[in-house]
Design a binder for this molecule. Structure first.
Ligand SMILES: NC(=O)c1ccc[n+]([C@@H]2O[C@H](COP(=O)([O-])OP(=O)(O)OC[C@H]3O[C@@H](n4cnc5c(N)ncnc54)[C@H](O)[C@@H]3O)[C@@H](O)[C@H]2O)c1
Length: 266
């Protein structure tokens, strides 16, 4: 743990905490003194992250939950509150890539799967956390959108994913406005290409190869900053700032974190 922890005494809930950006944010929050509730679909991965946090001297709870199933998620929040006494911050980050394909060939159910997981999952993650944050007298929420759906609309076959991420950015701004009177801040991070396991959570239909659009696929070298693609730990630093009291006048912001990639690929 750091010498003067920035999240000392806080309790944070992180969804999608078993991998990638969520895992990195959970580790970073714990390093800065927060107790962390780790929520993910996969028991093994959240258990592993819990072990990493404990080994470093932090405190964490591992909870196997599908955030698009409200009953499971509500039960998980109750467990967090009874174990840790309160909830201060929420990083609603869990998401999937889902189906990638031309609009006319996307199965209706595949569309629903992406939208249900990403949009309804984010909505319920926020909705059921609100009573705890209100009870606390203040709170901070960060949602994970993406460049896809905020600045970039040219990735072939990304209509379902980009629609889900645009919805999250809109929902986050509406939530910031609605929750401000309760001293609850809501911000949105919109990452560019970050090295995680996200591509394993999607399926590209073969027709994508034949789509008659100009290809923009984030090829090598499209990130202007010299280091190339981002790392989950870099997004975690931004999330830490937005969740912390250091950002106490920041709400309703959509913060792009992409090494200036979206200025190059649009
Ligand atoms: N990696 C990128 O380039 C990138 C860019 C922009 C936005 N994002 C967004 O960042 C977020 C995190 O993704 P990542 O890149 O770390 O991917 P990842 O696949 O490494 O991690 C996502 C985690 O979310 C979990 N998850 C997914 N759906 C869930 C559900 N319904 N309930 C509980 N857990 C669930 C997965 O099990 C996984 O552990 C996602 O919302 C993604 O859309 C990623």
């Amino acid at each position: 743990m750091s010498n003067s922890p920035r999240m000392n005494g806080k309790v944070s809930v992180v969804t999608g905490a078993g991998s990638g950006i969520g895992r990195a944010a959970a580790l970073r929050l714990a390093e800065e003194g927060s107790k962390v509730a780790l929520i993910d679909l996969h028991a093994e991965t959240v258990e592993k992250v819990r072990g990493e946090i404990q080994a470093a001297g932090g405190q964490a709870l591992a909870l196997t939950v599908d955030i698009s199933e409200p009953a499971q998620y509500r039960e998980a929040l109750q467990k967090v509150a009874s174990e840790y006494g309160k909830i201060d911050t929420l990083f609603a980050n869990a998401g999937i890539l889902g189906v990638v394909g031309p609009i006319e060939s996307i199965e209706d159910d595949d569309w629903d799967k992406t939208l249900t997981n990403n949009v309804k999952g984010t909505f319920t993650s926020v909705k059921y956390a609100i009573p705890y944050l209100k009870e606390n007298g203040k709170g901070s929420i960060v949602l994970t959108s993406s460049l896809s759906g905020t600045r970039v609309f040219s990735q072939k076959g990304f209509s379902a994913y980009s629609t889900s991420k645009a919805s999250i950015a809109a929902f986050g701004q509406m939530a910031a406005f609605e929750l401000a009177p309760f001293n609850i801040r809501v911000n949105i991070v919109a990452p560019g290409t970050i090295e995680t396991n996200i591509s394993d959570t999607g399926e590209q239909e073969p027709e994508v190869e034949n789509m008659n659009t100009k290809p923009v696929e984030f090829p090598e070298g499209t990130v202007p900053l010299p280091e190339g693609s981002g790392k989950p730990e870099q997004v975690a630093n931004l999330v830490l700032f937005l969740l912390s009291d250091e950002a106490d006048h920041v709400s309703g912001a959509v913060v792009h974190i992409d090494g200036a990639e979206s200025l190059f690929v649009g």
